[in-house]
Design a protein around this ligand. Sequence first.
Ligand code: NAD
Length: 494
Amino acid sequence: MKNYGNYIDGQWVPPVSGLHIETENPFTRKTWATIARSGPEDVERAVAAASAAFEQGPWSRMSASARGKLLWRMGDLLEANVERLALMETSDNGRTLSDMRGIVRALADNFRYFAGLADKVEGAVPPIEKADYFNYTRHEPYGVVAAITPWNSPLLLVVWKLAPGLAAGCTFVIKPHEVASVGTLELAALFGEAGFPDGVVNVVTGTGAEVGEALVSHPKVRKIAFTGGDVAGRAIYQSAARDFKPVTLELGGKSPNIVFDDANLDNAAKGSVLGMFNTSGQACIACSRVLVQDSIYDAFIEKLIAHTAVARLGDPTDPATEMGPMGCRQHFDKVMGYLDIARDEGATVLLGGTAARRPGLEGGYFVEPTILGDVSNTMRVAREEIFGPIMAVIRFKDEADAIAIANDSDYGLGAGVWTENMRRAIRVAHQLAAGSVYVNSYRVVSYMSPFGGYKSSGLGRENGVEAIREYLQTKSVWFSLNETAPPPFGKPYG
Ligand code: NAD
């Protein structure tokens, strides 16, 4: 069993408290590592390192092309470490190893994409109306970024921040979730191996209350990139407002997946199962509300149940396993609580509805994939993010009704539309209040295409060319072409 300290200024550093947090494998329920239980003094040290790296170190003098080369090297290193990192993520949060392998491998290309973008951030020479002035703009990095991530996909979500942020020239202090920090700590050490200067990437582990709050409110942190729930997101946004810090917030969802009566029902059922039960429902973009047109309701439910009932729950390291456990005990209890809420609210359990008691699952925090029928959009199971394998099926009458129900949510992360009528598909896609809309598909993500939420699902975008702009601020530089300064009064604004 390995005991991890914080990763600060290129070194493993024990926490000032001397305390640790046990990291439990949610499949075996055994402690497999410990991480540092840090506090504000550790945050202080990490921010000082990141701040010095930004202002004084070799990083501050490096050209954008040189930063790109380092990022490319990180891609290669990540690829060489796929197996090791994927297994750490699986041990931390129970996601299937086959999923994690695919994700970590793709992250190598994420680094390479932003490696290529690093030296293509161009300012402009605006054609200003004043003949006696010359003006240009440049995009400058904010400085020290606080990156705070959740437990469900720590490596993916931290790379979504690191790759564009480092390409932009920022430095980082990362706080991963306290139940799944190991992969991020190991990733940080690879930055040293790739040749990044010390202090550019730092990791401080611990809780939101003891580390996260101190990090977000630190005066030398100039940008916050957060992925997590809306409760923490709101607290972070309020804290950031005190010092006018820019934020990228990637929050939760209650995403609708609309199945029209002219859809290919087999495809729609498969897509709904993938969108909901892959990752055992522990995905921000999960289509936890499936909206089904009245006329095909019974036929569609039959297909949905058939495709879900065969899902293989099991050891996440077994290649045959399709659904792993809930990420931790506390989360398992929360998800189970929603099964009681569903019954109290009058939803009908069409499939599942219990903890999974299949042979071989005794050790882990498993919940049966659950389909709830007779759900109305006002029920808590239709409004609140459960973040587990519980799908709420809601009926609708026609296109207008479907759009109204879909958009009647605090969230706006993803949405799906299943129809063979492409005019309808485009019409509906444009009216859905969501950051990602999928037509006859669900849950496709690429580092080349922007990802983010509408409404309470967040602010800002990760991935794609625009992601790098989240880490840059624009400066406008003015030159006078006048040999003699103009009179100080009588001519406002030059
Ligand atoms: P969480 O909000 O409980 O925790 C996220 C992180 O914030 C953790 O590191 C936590 O320690 C920290 N934190 C908590 N309170 C804080 C505070 N006051 N100040 C600073 N940091 C604080 O979320 P979680 O349970 O780890 O993850 C699940 C949530 O993440 C879900 O809502 C899910 O939808 C969301 N998520 C969103 C995306 C996306 O891209 N939109 C992706 C994955 C997960």
